[in-house]
Design a protein around this ligand. Structure first.
Ligand code: PMP
Length: 389
């Protein structure tokens, strides 16, 4: 890794060399037998990793926002009541998308760094009849992790469809789509799935597919319409050639490779690894005297951390110093408090060594900026936490 910096933002992340090499395969036709096999395997592997054996997987060229767009375009009709449960930036984005398709969208906003209470959600569902609700599993702007299960239980109790925005969580946080009864789980390739940006990935339940099939009005988006994509996914599942829009052949080769790596590690082992690294990292951050954005570590994500700059430290200068030491981190994203915090991604193939490098760079920047701390305390705390597990 000479002459290159370690990419520790919450997506895109550092990718496995094997995944990057897979992208370098000679580009084949999208109807070549070997590509059909790769696409079909990827769909099968997605259902295993999402833990939704009876679900319908979709792989479409686009980013995570297309996954959200596809969910909204296919499941919403003009005038439908939809509830967005927001823990920051990406809940607002979902509301904008849903509004665009004519939904009558209500939004429950958590205070910064907190989650919406179950009582508030139940109150809302009791008082108004909703067709659909959306949850951001990990809001990448705040690093807040929502426990989706009790919310899904409420959705089932009130007969409301559920969508989980898992862009910053699938393959890094626990999700049991079928067992929990989530109707749609969506993500993108560039985060914990471990593939360069460019793929929108979704798994829909049979119930969600039935709701789409029984629409009274056509889907208001041509590219996102499942009527165009479902026959293609079915064909690849059955290892038959087909065409709607040319798939990103090389990215899908990388996807198959990464999904196999995830499967070989085991989804639960992978989630546990994320948990261990996240908690050791945050112990180190707190030993340095820095505060995290989520109000309680219990609602802090395993895939990333959002951390306040210490008082008196200029954020732009801090991030530049961290980069000088060879590590790239991200600044804040939530408009109201953007300049007060930074974000570190720790997902996918992230290792203790990556986090040691990151903590070294953080200590270096703090030291250069005359912040008073016990030099090495972050690294020592991290190492001790890792050894004790
Ligand atoms: N939802 C969440 C939770 C995200 O973190 C992101 C991307 N950071 C998106 C949606 C949108 O994904 P993309 O940037 O790939 O369009």
């Amino acid at each position: 890794m000479k002459n290159r910096k370690l990419l520790m933002i919450p997506g895109p992340i550092e990718f496995e060399p094997k995944v990057l090499r897979a992208m370098g395969v000679v580009t084949t036709s999208h109807v070549a037998p070997n590509f059909i096999e790769t696409f079909g395997n990827s769909l099968d592997l997605m259902k295993q990793i999402w833990m939704a054996p009876g679900g319908q997987a979709f792989i479409v060229s686009g980013s995570g926002t297309l996954s959200m767009d596809m969910a909204a375009a296919n499941l919403v009709e003009r005038g439908d009541n939809v509830l967005v449960i927001s823990t920051g930036y990406f809940g607002e984005r979902f509301k904008n998308i849903l509004d665009r398709y004519g939904a009558n969208t209500s939004i429950l906003r958590a205070p910064v760094g907190e989650v919406v209470s179950l009582e508030a959600i139940e109150e809302e569902l009791k008082n108004k009849s909703y067709k659909l609700l959306t949850i951001t599993h990990v809001d990448t702007a705040t690093g807040v992790l929502v426990d989706p299960k009790p919310i899904i239980d409420l959705a089932k109790k009130y007969d409301v469809l559920s969508i989980l925005d898992g862009v910053c969580s699938v393959a890094g946080e626990e999700i049991k789509q079928e067992d929990w009864g989530i109707d749609l789980v969506l993500t993108a390739s560039q985060k914990a799935i471990g593939v360069p940006p460019g793929l929108a990935l979704l798994v829909a339940s049979q119930k969600a597919m039935n709701v789409w099939e029984n629409r009274k009005t056509p889907v208001q988006n041509y590219y996102a319409d499942w009527a165009n994509w479902l026959p293609i996914m079915r064909a690849y599942e059955e290892r038959r050639p087909s065409y709607f829009g040319t798939p990103p052949v090389n990215l899908i080769a990388a996807l198959e490779t990464s999904l196999k790596i995830i499967k070989n590690e085991g989804v639960q082992n992978r989630v546990n690894r994320h948990q261990v690294l996240a908690s050791a990292f945050r112990l180190a951050i707190s030993a340095l005297g820095l505060d995290i954005l989520p109000v309680d570590d219990k609602i802090a994500a395993n895939t990333m951390s959002a951390i306040y700059y210490p008082k008196g430290i200029d954020g732009a200068e801090f991030c530049a110093k961290v980069s000088e030491y060879g590590v790239i981190i991200a600044g804040g994203l939530l408009n109201e408090i953007k300049s007060t915090y930074f974000r570190v991604g720790h997902m996918g193939s992230v290792s203790p060594e990556d986090l040691i490098s990151t903590l070294s760079a953080v200590e270096y920047a703090l030291h250069k900026m005359d912040y008073k701390f016990d030099s090495g305390i972050g690294l020592k705390t991290f190492q001790e936490a890792i050894y004790s597990i």
